[in-house]
Design a protein around this ligand. Structure first.
Ligand code: SF4
Length: 341
């Protein structure tokens, strides 16, 4: 609650913290609160499993916050997030997405902001039945309880399907102006957003990269090899990935952009492989068994170069042991495919 005075009279302005994703639902939820005269501060969480090109300062959520005229705080999640991906208490969704634990973590952190900033409650854009794991009625109740926000979590888009929250009971929020939307259809939400002049929101992407089957396979591989670290995650959305027999991992660029990213992401403990005599990819080899797997890594890199299938290919290797060159035969595509993650 914000207190200020006009003509010596004390007035109280209700304040909420809204989790903004940059998408339509949370923008609309915030707008419904603003329309009731409630002050809204936005908070946006960035999880470590994002695309490298989507981590800059020009995020959709900045455009949404500008459109709503509200402040936004960006919070990057790190080690604490890896822990819930390693062993989510409430399990995974269809891939390696720990949606329930993820929401609990974000809401706990939002709850901290609520307390430190003297806000009255938390707002989210959740819609009952919109997502299979975290937006079922029972999951939504569990998330509210486990995040320690019982009674203080307002979900304006589906409020009429949920019990009244404390701010509604106490009259800080007019329940009759909230909605009762259920399900996956976005038609009503989009026409309401248009009516309310909300623009700049991102299109629904169906969740984060952890819900993407191909990406999830790469995360599962890191989990199996006990290599899930912030350092290794950066590589996940770049190039083709291979797990080699002695335990090392090889990431091979698919195009110039991947090659540039791999050159940038390599560190002093990695081998960096290139083909100096023919156009070809840049690759990073990392992890245990690097020297035993080096020849095979070179053959995979040669397979993706412009050399013919029967040509010898010179591979340059720069790594912790210094620089070296080897001549290899490109690996058969079928054999390379079997090692692909
Ligand atoms: S889709 Fe990803 S970001 Fe969204 S709740 Fe699930 S794990 Fe969290």
């Amino acid at each position: 609650m914000i207190r200020s005075t006009i003509d010596g009279r004390s007035i109280r302005r209700t304040k909420a913290i809204c989790l903004l994703s940059g998408g339509l639902d949370s923008a609309l939820a915030a707008k419904l609160m603003l329309d009731q005269g409630i002050q809204v501060d936005g908070v946006h969480f960035i999880i470590p499993f994002g695309r490298l090109d989507k981590q800059g300062s020009d995020l959709p959520v900045h455009r949404v916050a500008d459109c709503l005229g509200i402040e936004i705080e960006i919070i990057r999640l790190g080690a604490e997030y890896l822990e819930i991906v390693r062993s989510p208490r409430h399990g995974y969704g269809s891939n390696v997405n720990p949606c329930i634990d993820c929401k609990i973590l974000m809401l706990k952190m939002a709850g901290e902001l609520m307390r430190t900033r003297g806000a009255d409650f938390i707002v989210t854009g959740e819609v009952v039945g919109q997502r299979p794991m975290s937006q079922r009625l029972d999951s939504m109740r569990r998330i509210e309880k486990k995040s320690g926000l019982e009674g203080y979590l307002v979900r304006p888009l589906s409020a009429h399907l949920l019990p009244p929250t404390k701010p509604e009971i106490e009259g800080l929020v007019r329940r009759e102006d909230l909605l009762g939307i259920r399900g996956r259809s976005r038609k009503d939400l989009m026409s309401l957003a248009k009516e309310k002049g909300i623009a700049g929101y991102s299109s629904p992407a169906g969740g984060c990269l952890l819900t993407d089957p191909r990406y999830a396979q790469r995360v599962s591989d890191l989990l199996r090899h006990d290599m899930l670290s912030l350092h290794d995650i950066d590589l996940l959305s770049v190039g083709r990935h291979f797990r080699l027999p002695h335990g090392s991992k090889l990431v091979v660029g698919r195009n110039e952009r991947d090659n540039d990213s791999l050159s940038r992401l390599a560190d002093e403990s990695d081998n960096v492989l290139t083909t100096p005599e023919v156009p070809g990819p840049t690759a990073i080899q990392r992890g245990p068994g690097m020297s035993e797997d080096e020849g095979l890594a070179g053959r995979i890199v040669a397979r993706y170069s412009d050399a013919g299938a029967s040509d010898k290919v010179k591979i340059h290797i720069a790594g912790p042991g210094g620089e070296d060159s080897v001549e290899v035969d490109p690996l058969d595509p079928g054999e390379a495919g079997e090692l692909m993650i």
